[in-house]
Write a protein that binds this ligand. Structure first.
Ligand SMILES: Cc1cc2nc3c(=O)[nH]c(=O)nc-3n(C[C@H](O)[C@H](O)[C@H](O)COP(=O)(O)OP(=O)(O)OC[C@H]3O[C@@H](n4cnc5c(N)ncnc54)[C@H](O)[C@@H]3O)c2cc1C
Ligand code: FES
Length: 522
């Protein structure tokens, strides 16, 4: 116990701090009753909440205050200062709240407030009697949780083709694969959670058809589930290589926990790996396999890894990073065959390999949506409320193509946080709340000790500007098209990433206000 207290930083806020030392908009890190917390002044009000983000333990003291919320610097979760509620994914759990007393020119943190999480609304008439969610990934899980959090008390069924309950997919190519995270880190929730929340989670439940007339879904085992409202959150599937040897057991893909387990098992007995694909998954896998001391060769069609997404300078930096960690690149080429011992490239090179990992992109899993006759446009077309072309059917996550307010284009992205936030918004819209999905896309990547966070969406850009020093891993990269700022990437500048998100949000809000004004004007 004394060790824990010794680790706590800042003042003991139970002893009180001078009000004059609490600047408006500043975050004071301290502790009370043996727990780290932050004390914040907003106008005349003072708030004390837990200092540790409930996602991956990010330091909220280094986050950004926006109105009566604080945003986490690592992956942009957002917590209410008033209730501690996790308002935005990726955090799913609230932080604790304490009562703050002002007396004699000082602020004292008093007792922890009970049930400091969220207010639950109670379900009202007009809500669907039953909701079916197809998919137990980021979007599906977030939707199920949100439905219950919003007070939905009707029947709630989550059907997932996966054999595992919802888990932390981004970790599968990072710490879990590298061997630095054990499997008990991976589930998003315990099995009891779904029971307690009365979420009927069915695993290994492959939905093969939607009967939109009779409002029911059909499973591969012949079962049917009726719905009043349906959420499709079927995610994406890895693109498969069709080349000689492509189906050998040593050739792995990575989407599911089972895939990652199989990859770990193979990695334990491998010395040499070939990774086909030099994008995020491929490069994260390469880094994790290097952590296991496996000799890694990366094969990619592009001449500069990640150039299309992050620009040539960052791409070259990432290549160098991997080379410094012992990775060999074979770029501008592709694999033509795989055999028991090696991978042969178009260039004629032959690379010995005990293990091959293919990460050449994913395709949205839209077969069900197509069968149901939903409007499709390189994904499932949804409106700003994430509703598909058939009323009562919503779509979220990797499959959804939505009208993005920043670019004024319909976009589809494959990001964890976006999928979760869409799940949350879709859930509220299933309950009739008419909430627009206008979150700014966010993703992150981790390779070795290098991390990059990306805010916004620049599918195409014609100008990049780097402010700071890329080599020193301290910079902000801005992506523009036709002069318009579309995205910002930050390296070791978490707070700038949060400011960029806020700036994009304000741009979107201003545009929405302007178009509402135009519509309203005679
Ligand atoms: C290894 C890996 C690492 C990643 N790392 C990052 C990262 O660092 N940062 C980031 O932003 N993003 C990352 N991503 C992307 C992120 O995980 C996805 O964008 C996100 O999971 C999409 O969520 P989703 O709910 O749309 O789909 P998924 O999470 O894929 O879930 C889809 C669900 O639908 C189920 N399903 C599919 N079809 C059916 C059917 N017919 N019937 C029943 N169930 C069905 C599946 O079994 C699954 O449960 C990573 C992805 C992978 C694979
Ligand atoms: S650690 Fe806070 S959002 Fe991930």
């Amino acid at each position: 116990m004394s060790d824990e207290i010794a680790k706590l930083e800042g003042p003991d806020l139970a002893q009180g701090v001078a009000l004059s030392s609490l600047a408006e908009g500043a975050i004071l890190l301290g502790h009370a009753q043996g727990e780290p917390l932050i004390l914040v002044r907003r106008g005349d009000e003072l708030f004390a909440i837990g200092a540790v983000c409930t996602h991956y333990s990010g330091p909220l003291a280094q986050g950004l205050l926006v109105d009566d919320t604080v945003r986490c610097p690592w992956h942009h979760a957002c917590f209410s200062l008033r209730t501690g509620e996790a308002l935005r994914a990726p955090a799913l759990n609230p932080v604790a709240c304490w009562r703050v007393e002002q007396r004699d020119g000082k602020a004292f943190v008093r007792e922890k407030l009970a049930n400091a999480s969220q207010e639950r609304r109670s379900a009202t008439s007009g809500m669907p009697q039953s909701v079916v969610i197809v998919g137990g990934g980021a979007a599906g899980n977030a939707a199920a949780e949100t439905l219950r959090r919003e007070g939905y008390s009707g029947r709630l069924t989550m059907l997932s083709a996966d054999e595992s309950a919802p888990y932390d997919r981004p970790n599968l190519s990072k710490n879990y694969l590298a061997g630095s995270a054990s499997e008990d880190w991976i589930p998003l929730r315990s099995p009891e959670f779904y029971k307690d929340q009365d979420i009927d989670l069915k695993l290994g439940a492959l939905v093969i058809a939607i009967d939109t007339q009779n409002r029911q879904v059909k499973l591969a085992d012949g079962c049917h589930h009726a719905y009043d409202a349906l959420l499709l959150a079927t995610g994406a599937e890895p693109v498969r290589l069709t080349l000689p040897g492509g189906d050998l057991p040593r050739v792995h893909y990575l989407r599911t926990l089972a895939d990652s387990r199989a990859l770990v098992a193979r990695a334990l007995v491998s010395k040499r790996a070939v990774v086909i694909g030099a994008s995020f998954i491929g490069l994260e896998v390469a880094a994790s396999l290097r952590a296991r001391n496996i000799d890694v060769h990366v094969v990619g069609l592009e001449t500069c890894p990640m150039e299309k997404v992050l620009g040539a300078e960052v791409g070259n930096f990432i290549r160098k990073l991997h080379e410094e960690h012992g990775v060999t690149f074979h770029l501008g080429t592709t694999a033509t065959s795989i055999d028991e011992r090696s991978v042969t490239l178009k260039s004629g090179d032959n690379i010995p390999a005990d293990l091959v990992v293919v990460g050449v992109g994913v395709r949205p899993a839209i077969a069900l949506a197509e069968q149901a006759g939903l409007a499709i446009d390189r994904g499932v077309t949804v409106n700003e409320y994430l509703e598909t072309s058939i009323p009562g059917i919503f779509a979220a996550g990797d499959i959804a193509r939505w009208p993005d307010h920043l670019t004024a284009e319909r976009i589809r992205v494959e990001h964890w946080v976006v999928a979760q936030r869409q799940g949350q918004t879709a859930a509220r819209n299933i309950l009739g709340q008419r909430e627009r999905f206008d979150a700014v896309p966010f993703f992150w990547t981790e390779q070795y000790d290098f991390g990059l966070a990306y805010v916004g969406h620049a599918e195409r850009f014609d100008k990049t500007a780097i402010e700071g020093q890329l080599d020193a891993r301290n910079c902000t990269i801005t992506y523009r098209r036709n002069g318009q700022k579309l995205a910002v990437a930050v390296i070791h500048r978490d707070l700038e990433g949060l400011h960029a998100e806020l700036e994009f949000e304000r741009t979107i809000a201003a545009r929405e206000a302007q178009s509402a004004h135009l519509i309203g004007s005679p």
